[in-house]
Design a protein around this ligand. Sequence first.
Ligand code: GLN
Length: 280
Amino acid sequence: MSTQSIAQALAWATSEFSAISDSPKLDAQVLLLHVIEKPKSYLYGWSDAQLLEAQQSHLERLVARRKQGEPIAHITGTREFWSLPFYVNASTLIPRPDTETLVETVLAQALPEDTKLLDLGTGTGAIALSLANEHPSWRVTAIDYSSDAVELAKRNRQALALEHVNILQGSWYEPLKGEQFNVIVSNPPYIDPEDPHLEQGDVRFEPRSALVAEDEGYADLFHIISEGRKHLLPGGFMALEHGYNQAAVIHNFFAQLAYINILTIKDMAGCDRITVATWP
Ligand code: GLN
């Protein structure tokens, strides 16, 4: 079996992905580095180095999977979020850069040392664990309905040495026993079941239950906002991720339920993405 050099493998995989990915070169780099188990600098410093036969055939198998549409994060089993490594699998949403805006929004608030924070629909645990890592003194609780997600979040909790984070299984607020929080965050499912975006790209490989909500995508957002009134401490706030075109409806819903200081924040792409509201 003949093998390619690093530079040849990179050029080959990039061209294989040109028709199926928005980021063919980046995808090729990530898969190649995963196969050779080296840091990124290796691609440039060692571009003439020859792949081993086992690496060549491993790369060919992964390139074939990517060409079938499988997300890069599922192939490598990891994704970075808030500069931390997270294990990822098909049982949850793949953490997205948009959601880092939610973490940033919470960190921008002046909050006490003993802040009690709740993350609903935690998935990989990306939001809850990133915040717990920034503020080890906070008491963080994360909930997910899927027991596979809970298992994955617990695996990430252990890998990040954040064992004090409380991870529970259940539907939204259901596993709580009347606890109240200074902060409630969530990136719930919010896509309209009819949205054609669901037939394209990585979302085809992610669980529908993490993406889609009834009532044009609003059902879970409304439930979280409405029930949140029982679970927020006076002066506590909620920060929710939502679709780029859902900010006005979410703003009005918060206002109708007597939340105050309602504010929408844009993601890095300039889209309305997070709405924050305070419970008086
Ligand atoms: N922002 C994601 C997407 O459009 C959806 C995330 C979600 O439903 N919570 O792919």
